[in-house]
Ligand binder design. Structure first.
Ligand code: ATP
Ligand code: MG
Ligand code: MG
Length: 549
């Protein structure tokens, strides 16, 4: 059950091990850019990289790819560390940063210049873009391309020393201006940008580009298998070119796998940032967000997210996963592991007219129907109760397994009651139900009569009021990311806040305690807002799939 299904990446690793590559080592890394919170797509990459590390008893690094200071922040970095830890993974040693390697990267750039494999290009940016050509047309070589090595070296050092304005010149690799892969047409390696960096401050005014940084960072850390998403397939020749042309301390290989896409939501940090910044959601960890922090707050367990990633699998073909797959993962895990409680989401009062007014008793509820080790709990039973409005009808056919006038149902863990009379309010809605109970039916079936079904309830005297947030899909269309403006697809009813009545024991639960409210779904006490005096619950998922049919 816990073993990971094999896939082409694991097959490749096994082959490399069999051939004695990398001195028999396996070493992976997860390299997020700290420019947003992690989403469910990142979870797939985390489970892949850290999962391989676990299974091969190998290290996996957490590395912040922090070479683009404009959008990065400490808050994002901390949230990423929290999320990886919460998912249950441990990175090797300290957190790494691409910026840890700025000195080394700079030296490797000089090495390329010495080898006449890189040059400082002083063409204006527009000319560089224009002269790159396109798929049909070869590019045009820069007039600076064949300048002497010493000249490039001098200019590069002056770039670093801050003698030039932002954007005035760049360092480019000297590869091939008519290469069929556009990324190989003398890609830019360094640019001048006067930006304050969270870690290196104002020490640098030149910053290395992703393609130069990533492969060298991998090599410096001794990474063996550098796993990334399919869109980086075109970057692989450049990854290899850089490492083949410097005196690299190790020779990692890049392997690509399919991105995770999830229907009815968005897995792009840029778009999630827009949702947060426009206030359409209540922050990065809003329980409607497909972020790891959002799913956590919604009540997802680390195990369920790991199970989901396992179910999605690793392949070379991009596809869109169903929300049902994700929700089933959490349903299955919670079904096995969380305690049952009763909560009445839309309460109407029940008065048991033949139950003595001063009487109170305690009945027992099993915490889990199939797991006796989870024990029982005390449930106060009193003359006045609440049941759910949806569990009573004046009349109904036999398919309605709940309470009807003059019919009987069992109150879960307690007695059989009969509905005698409904008192209506001015709108004709039921205000109060007058019922009678059969005192002989505690833990016993009534003799010679059939009850319609079982419903849940709470004691009106002892139940606690709770704020309950019911979540629905955030978007009304399967692929909001493909729209010009995904805001148009936002579901205006993605959040409903109600007041419910819950068993008293829910008040004592710590934040982030998960329950199944019987017949209703899975809920968690809110990570931040829940307390004994202010019960706040988020619905994780309903009991049954609501996406199909
Ligand atoms: P986004 O496109 O959302 O901004 P990103 O790829 O730019 O994502 P990074 O922080 O660079 O975000 O991602 C870190 C790692 O997570 C990368 O190795 C990336 O390939 C992987 N990753 C990101 N999104 C997905 C996804 N949807 N499915 C699988 N892996 C992903
Ligand atoms: Mg990225
Ligand atoms: Mg991105």
């Amino acid at each position: 059950e816990n073993s990971t299904p094999t896939n082409f990446i694991r097959n490749k690793i096994n082959q490399d091990l069999a051939e004695g590559k990398n001195d028999g080592r396996v070493h992976t890394r997860f390299p997020p850019e700290p420019n947003g919170y992690l989403h469910v797509g990142h979870a797939k990459s985390i489970c892949l990289n850290f999962g391989i590390a676990e299974d091969y008893q190998a290290p996996c690094n957490l590395r912040f790819d922090d070479t683009n200071p404009a959008k990065e922040s400490e808050e994002f970095a901390r949230s990423i560390e929290d999320d990886v830890r919460w998912l249950g993974f441990k990175w090797e040693g300290e957190v790494r940063h691409s910026s840890d390697y700025f000195d080394e990267l700079y030296n490797f750039a000089e090495e390329l210049i010495y080898k006449d494999l890189a040059y400082v290009d002083e063409q204006p940016a527009e000319d560089i873009a224009k002269n790159r050509g396109n798929f049909q047309t070869p590019g045009k070589e820069s007039p600076y391309r064949n300048r002497p090595v010493e000249e490039s070296l001098e200019q590069f050092r002056k770039m670093k020393a801050g003698e030039y304005a932002d954007g005035q010149m760049v360092l480019r690799a000297k590869i091939d201006m008519s290469h069929p892969n556009m990324l190989m047409r003398d890609p830019v390696l360094y640019r001048i940008r006067r930006l304050h960096h969270i870690r290196t401050g104002d020490e640098w005014c030149i910053y290395p580009m992703y393609d130069f940084t990533h492969c060298i960072s991998d090599a410096l850390e001794g990474i063996t298998h550098s796993l990334c998403t399919l869109e980086f397939e075109v970057n692989r020749p450049l990854y290899d070119w850089v490492l083949d042309n410097i005196d690299a301390p190790a020779r990692p290989q890049q392997i690509e796998f399919s991105r995770l896409n999830l229907a009815y939501t968005i897995t792009s940090k840029r778009k999630l940032t827009q949702l947060v910044e426009s206030g359409k959601v209540d922050g990065w960890d809003d329980p409607r967000m497909p972020t790891i922090a959002g799913m956590r707050r919604r009540g997802y367990t680390p195990q369920s997210i790991r199970d989901f990633c396992k179910a999605v699998g690793i392949s070379k073909v991009n596809s869109v996963s169903d929300m049902t797959l994700l929700e089933d993962a959490v349903r299955n895990h919670l079904n096995d592991t969380v305690e049952r409680r009763m909560a009445v989401l839309d309460p109407i009062k029940v008065i048991i007219t033949n139950y003595p007014e001063e009487k109170e008793e305690t009945v027992q509820g099993k915490n889990h129907p199939k797991d006796d080790d989870m024990g029982t709990r005390d449930l106060p039973f009193t003359r006045e109760l609440y049941i759910d409005r949806a569990d009573y009808r004046e009349s109904a056919n036999k398919k309605y397994k709940r309470l009807v006038k003059d019919g009987e149902v069992r109150l879960r863990n307690a007695y059989v009651i009969r509905a005698d009379e409904a008192i209506l309010d001015e709108n004709g809605d039921v205000k109060e139900l007058h019922c009678t109970y059969d005192p002989e039916t505690l833990g016993k079936n009534p003799e010679g009569r059939k009850v319609r079904g079982v419903i849940h309830w709470v004691s009106a005297k002892y139940a606690k009021e709770a704020t309950v947030r019911l979540y629905d899909r955030l978007f009304n269309v399967p692929n909001p990311g493909a729209m010009d403006d995904f805001n148009e697809a936002l579901n205006p009813e993605s959040l409903t806040v109600i007041k419910a009545m819950v068993e008293p024991s829910v008040a004592d639960a710590e934040p982030e305690t998960r329950f199944q409210f019987e017949r209703e779904g899975y809920f968690t006490t809110d990570r931040y807002e829940h307390s004994a005096d202010n019960i706040v619950l988020n619905r994780t998922v309903t009991l049954r799939d609501s996406w199909n049919g």
